[in-house]
Design a protein around this ligand. Structure first.
Ligand code: PLP
Length: 455
């Protein structure tokens, strides 16, 4: 395709891709994606690929919607940007605020807009701190997050993140501010424990950590309803509700990071209350909010928090945080159109039907000798590759099993996401049954090829 060679050369010469080994990347080059439509992306050589990861957990309504392009273009022509600080506003930002309050669990009515998920998590922490400051509890600042949780790339969000790799190359904000408790990984729970025993253990560990840090020092717990990048880990039944109750018992806030789980991926606008039975004090979203057409994040707070922080300036009532692009009119117009499409096309209902089909079909992968676990919910799926099913020993990373399965899927025309020794799938929400079969079939074939290459 025209421009491809130049794009390749320019990319290699200048771009620092996220999570990439720059040295090897310079030799191997990049994969130029030129077009995208529905559940497919088309690379510069014209090869069509089934997008099994919705861009990066975000293209919920599918790629290339003309309506989205028209909405974005119209908003640019009407009013593309104006200073949002202080008292000026714009129509899409205000309308989206009202819409988000309608969709979120009752009592979450105020929205702070950000540039994406990481900045929305930073805002969640800042709002939490501000809340306790306004209550005179100035020491309540520490945050508890989880090993393997992913919360983003800014310094605070990356420090909340508990994924091992993010620890290198920079001095994370220390344990005196952010403390990590165990992830909830049913596949790795100790031998002989029931799910209930495991849940008790996790809740006790959490309580003990709060005591160790001192309840007067701990502001909040942050967690994804289903851990995404950490491996699509579904917590034991009742876990979130119990963690929430522990928070309440210690006057702590529960921050639900719904950046991945929001906007239909689990068949609900938001999953914390609808699926897991707790109403967070702060709810963070991004990604599916605009289906990735334009970057946008949002942090929603409870009426209780709002009631405390809405004070006259003379009493310290000024929240000194804000992005140039707070409530960006083009991004908010895109979000409103995206939500309208999800509503009009009944996409949540579609996910409630196709989600269980996708999960059930994926269970067939367990017949393969190196697939140890297949788990998830609706359109989030995680597959663990192991060298031995009995001991659950992971495949040595040097074998690059997941990377090879990723390559095999590409050759078969499907994109999956390799993370360590895991494969993650999170397709656009408009995926059909046939396309689900195609995706699972590509993974099965590629795993079989990997096994054959080892023999
Ligand atoms: N939170 C979760 C759960 C995520 O998965 C991500 C991104 O993958 C983020 C936050 C960070 O969002 P962003 O990359 O838009 O800053």
């Amino acid at each position: 395709a025209p421009g491809t060679q130049t794009a390749w050369a320019q990319d290699r010469a200048h771009l620092l891709h996220p999570y990439t080994d720059f040295a090897t990347f310079a030799d191997e080059g990049s994969h130029v994606i030129g077009r995208a439509e529905g559940v497919h992306v088309i690379d510069a050589e014209g090869k069509q690929l089934l997008d099994g990861i919705a861009g990066l957990w975000c293209v919920n309504i599918g790629h290339g919607r003309e309506e989205m392009a028209e909405t974005i273009a119209k908003q640019v022509m009407d009013m593309q940007y104006y200073n949002p600080f202080g008292h000026s506003t714009n129509v899409p930002a205000a309308q989206l605020g009202a819409k988000l309050a309608e969709l979120a669990p009752a009592g979450l009515n105020r929205v702070f807009y950000t540039c994406g998920g990481s900045t929305a998590n930073d805002a969640a922490v800042r709002l939490g701190h501000y809340f306790f400051d306004m209550k005179g509890q100035h020491r309540k600042k520490k945050i508890i997050s989880r090993q393997n949780g992913y919360h983003g790339a800014t310094y605070v969000a990356a420090s909340l993140t508990g994924i091992h790799g993010t620890k290198y190359g920079f001095d994370r904000i220390g344990e005196d501010f952010i403390s990590h408790v165990s992830e909830a990984n049913l596949y790795a729970k100790p031998e002989g424990w029931s799910d209930g025993d495991y849940c008790d253990y996790l809740v006790r560990e959490f309580e003990a950590r709060i005591q160790q840090l001192g309840p007067d020092n701990v502001a909040a717990f942050i967690a994804e309803p289903i851990m995404g990048a950490g491996g699509v880990l579904v917590a034991p039944e009742g876990y979130h509700k119990r963690m929430y109750e522990v928070c309440k018992a210690h006057d702590m806030l529960y921050i639900a990071d719904e950046v991945v789980t929001g906007f239909g991926r689990l068949g609900e606008w938001f999953s914390s209350e609808a699926l897991f039975g707790y109403t967070p004090d702060i709810l963070v979203c991004a990604k599916g909010l605009t289906s990735g057409y334009i970057p946008l994040g949002a942090t929603m707070i409870s009426d209780e928090i709002y009631g405390t922080i809405a004070r006259p300036q003379c009493e310290g009532g000024i929240f000194s945080m804000g992005f140039t692009y707070f409530g960006h009119p083009v991004a908010c117009a895109a979000a409103l159109k995206n939500i309208e499409i999800i509503e009009r096309e009944g996409i949540l209902n579609h996910v409630r039907g196709i989600g269980p089909y996708f999960q059930d079909s994926a269970q067939s992968l367990l017949n393969l000798p190196i697939v140890g676990d297949v788990r998830g919910s609706h359109l989030m799926l995680g597959i663990d590759l192991v060298s031995d099913k009995a001991s659950k020993a992971p495949i040595e990373l040097t074998e690059q099993a997941a990377a090879k399965v990723f390559q095999g899927c590409m050759e078969r025309g499907a994109i999956v996401r390799p993370v360590g020794d895991r494969i993650i799938l999170s397709p656009p929400l408009i995926i059909s049954k046939d396309q689900c079969d195609e995706l699972i079939g590509a993974v099965a074939g590629s795993v079989q090829d990997f096994i054959a290459s080892q023999e």
